[in-house]
Write a protein that binds this ligand. Structure first.
Ligand code: CTP
Length: 403
């Protein structure tokens, strides 16, 4: 199964901050995503975490100095600069940021940064007063001017006891920025709305009707669009998932709330992808107090919820309308059901999956889907991660947008 960073070599520059220990785990994650990782440590970096730790986690020798080549015929800084697909400087101290901003080639990391043509990403981590000092602000502005990507630090309680900006960014934010660096920016300038997760239809203050959707597929679709440069709004039912970085989150609970949230925004969108598992019905009555078994009947009267995609499909006419993409999770006759829903709801693309397979559907990280379009073209995708499936869906949507 293709991984997002398959065969890319990422050079990680670790500098002298207490946050260096967090980057040890980032190295593992990069490798899990398929990357080859080589670590350069500055002298100060190597005092916080042993190079041995990074060697074990990266699976290759750690470079600590300009003149420590085991094979002197290769020039280490030029070799690393040529090999790397991305130079990730994390954690980046004020000193290293100043060194990079001024082009001082007095250690291996700064020399590789000067010599490489690969993108350079800098993740500052330092005391908040140092971060907010005009010298650091000016140096970061210089780096941005050189085309370096600066991943803003988070705010919060720091190791030095102070509060404020300067904490190393969270890995999910940095990973998202790395994937965006490698993604085609073919959705730049586009606005897309994605829905995800289940809806919950309350019966009383403690009980609700819902379904098994975890939101994983929809969140993957939203994250992939954001990596490809889109402005993404994610309308999500209740899930356990963190908001994908860079995405505007609208949290809703019921189908009626999702209906409102989508219809309020649909006209500003280029694409609407409805990956949510919307409850078709809600309890006709919502009790304001907890129902008691002694006084409750054994049946629940239901009222139909509006079909959000159908409403959007029916509104299509001569006016500009977003491209409409639906999902159909089926347990039988999945292609026929997908076709029926594509026509009934007047969609451009339907993503169909068979939820009876154990590697597809709810709560797993993989999916195998078939894409159906208005012209009856059928594209069967292989078993892929949900992230990769999301990118394949966008590949198809990008083609439809061009047409
Ligand atoms: N959908 C929607 N509003 C609803 C129900 C479904 O927008 N009230 C959307 C879903 O988000 C999905 C598509 O319609 O993109 C298909 O949903 P699905 O539940 O598979 O189909 P239904 O239309 O509910 O049909 P059925 O119950 O017959 O399977």
């Amino acid at each position: 199964m293709p991984l997002p960073l398959n065969d890319r070599e990422i050079v990680v520059g670790v500098t002298g901050s207490i946050a260096a220990y967090k980057v040890a785990d980032w190295v593992r994650s990069l490798r899990r995503d398929g990357a080859r990782v080589t670590v350069i440590m500055t002298a100060a970096g190597a005092r916080f975490v042993s190079p041995l730790t990074f060697a074990a986690l990266s699976g290759s020798r750690v470079h600590t100095g300009m003149f420590d080549a085991t094979a002197p015929e290769t020039i280490p800084h030029i070799d690393l600069a040529r090999r790397c697909a991305l130079l990730l400087v994390a954690p980046a101290t004020a000193t290293t940021i100043a060194r990079l901003a001024h082009g001082l080639a007095d250690d291996l990391l700064a020399t590789v940064a000067l010599a490489t043509e690969a993108p350079v990403m800098v993740c500052p981590a330092m005391n908040s007063k140092m971060f907010l000092h005009p010298a650091t602000t000016a140096n970061l502005a210089t780096l941005r001017g050189h085309g370096y990507r600066v991943v803003e630090p988070a705010s919060g309680n720091m190791a030095c006891g102070e509060e404020g900006p300067g904490r190393l960014a969270e890995w999910e934010t940095v990973r998202h920025a790395i994937l965006a660096t490698f993604a085609a920016q073919d959705l730049a300038g586009r606005a897309v709305l994605v829905t995800a997760g289940p809806t919950r239809e309350p019966l009383d203050p403690v009980r609700f009707l819902s379904n098994r959707s975890t939101g994983k597929m929809g969140y993957a679709v939203a994250a992939a669009a954001s990596q490809r440069g889109a402005r993404v709004t994610l309308v999500s039912g209740p899930t356990d998932l963190a908001a994908p970085p860079g995405v505007e989150m609208i949290r809703i609970t019921t189908a009626l709330e999702m209906h409102q949230a989508v219809l309020d925004r649909a006209s500003e969108m280029d694409v609407v992808v409805k990956a949510a598992a919307v409850s078709d019905f809600r309890p006709a009555e919502q009790a304001s107090h907890k129902l008691k078994k002694a006084t409750t009947t054994a049946t629940i009267a239901l009222a139909a919820n509006p079909d959000i995609l159908l409403t959007l499909g029916e509104r299509r006419g001569n006016r500009p309308c977003p491209l409409l993409v639906g999902f159909a999770a089926e347990s039988r006759e999945h292609l026929n059901e997908g076709r029926r829903k594509l026509r009934a709801k007047n969609l451009d693309l339907m993503v169909v999956n068979d939820i009876t397979a154990s590697d597809c559907g709810f709560a797993v990280d993989t999916n195998r889907v078939t894409l159906l379009d208005r012209n009856d073209a059928v594209e069967e995708l292989p078993l892929l991660t949900k992230d990769e499936t999301a990118h394949r869906i966008w590949n198809r949507i990008v083609k439809l947008l061009k047409d």
